[in-house]
Design a protein. Structure first.
Length: 363
């Protein structure tokens, strides 16, 4: 981990933790500086932005609410979201599919809705481009929906009911989880940060995990999250990190994240074992990743490593090079971040290298 920072000119801080299923090995380490200005040393306790790993919190909350009988994935989103908000949300090739959108489509990335964050409007910049090149900015759900309606176009109609188990129609869009977060708030009748606290953070006693912009007590105790970078530029985008909310706004640390992942993939959030299995209904999003219900699956084809097949990883990654995955074949949980937006493939190479190192050490 020291060499990650010293040998890569665009990695200024990194933290990684690994744990085994049997509990016979646990290690965490950090390198670099947390703050480009203060030069404070990165530690294993430093809070980090976990970016889209947040979707695991949103999806877990959704599935818990379904088990409690408070919603169904088959419910139309119109049951929970105002008509004036979603009217005309999904128009594809002259047909309006908005009334076909279900909670299922949001959690599984099969709505066909465009990605308000990464997709570029014709002749314009995406929000991502504006953030990394221009300045910090804030947005809310109404603006997200307006962008999806007016500036972008859906990719395909919502996945038909008959294809839910076998279909391949998935498009990774943060828009889905902005809407899903609003559904969760509508069902629970409380703000998302309170839902996360009630269903996940407090039951697991996660000491450094909170929704950014709503966790000032934790921030005061642990300090602010480590800086994230785009290439060699530190990004000071607190407005944006607050705006991400259900699709990417969580802060955590290594130990909290490992505890959360273990609890999640052992099915302890859910009363019915079938719930977790339903969440592993994989659909292709972009090579070599597949998506279930708020979970990612990473698996390289055998041709890429014929003599030493790469393990299947289940969990989630984030745009800040944050990662949280479990390798069942190796019985290893791994969590961390490189806090770098550029080079999204690098975290997976780091994960595979660390798993190899742990296996060599244990053997």
């Amino acid at each position: 981990i020291d060499s990650l920072v010293s040998k890569n000119l665009d990695i200024f801080n990194a933290v990684i933790g690994v744990d085994t299923t049997q509990g016979d090995f646990h290690w965490s380490g950090a390198a670099g500086i947390t703050d480009a200005d203060q030069k404070k040393a990165m530690t294993v306790d430093t809070p980090i932005f976990i970016a889209s790993i947040t979707k695991m919190y949103t999806s877990a909350s959704t599935m818990i609410l379904e088990e409690q009988g408070r919603l169904s994935l088959d419910d139309p989103i119109s049951k929970y979201l105002p008509e004036e908000l979603i009217d005309g949300l999904h128009r594809y090739k002259g047909q309006d599919y908005t009334d076909q959108l279900q909670v299922y489509h949001l959690i599984s990335q099969t709505s066909g809705l465009p990605d308000y964050f990464m997709d570029k409007p014709k002749g314009g910049k995406s929000i991502f481009d504006r953030l990394v090149v221009d300045n910090d900015l804030a947005w809310d759900l109404e603006e997200v929906v307006a962008i999806a309606k007016n500036d972008l176009s859906p990719k395909f109609p919502p996945e038909p009911q008959a294809q839910k188990k076998s279909g391949k129609s998935a498009y990774y869009a943060d828009t889905n989880y902005q809407l899903l977060g609003a559904v969760v708030e509508s069902v629970a009748q409380k703000p998302l940060q309170e839902v996360f606290a009630d269903l996940i953070v407090d039951p697991l006693n996660l000491s450094s995990t909170y929704l950014f912009g709503y966790g000032e007590p934790q921030m005061a105790a642990d300090g602010p999250p480590a800086d994230i970078y785009y290439k060699t530029w530190p990004l000071h985008i607190n407005k944006a990190m607050t705006s991400f909310g259900p699709d990417g706004g969580m802060v955590s640390n290594i130990e909290d994240s490992l505890k959360f992942l273990r609890y999640y993939l052992e099915g302890k959030f859910f009363t019915n074992p079938v719930t977790l299995e339903r969440m592993k209904n994989w659909k292709k999003i972009f090579f070599p990743l597949q998506y279930g219900l708020g979970l990612m699956r990473f698996k390289l084809p055998r041709i890429f490593s014929p003599f030493s097949p790469s393990p299947e990883l289940i969990g989630h990654s984030g745009s800040t090079s944050a990662f949280l995955f479990y390798s069942e074949s190796d019985q290893i949980y791994i969590s961390g971040t490189l806090n770098q937006i550029e080079n999204q493939g690098r975290p997976f190479r780091v994960i595979l290298k660390f798993i190899k190192l742990v296996n060599e050490g244990l053997s």
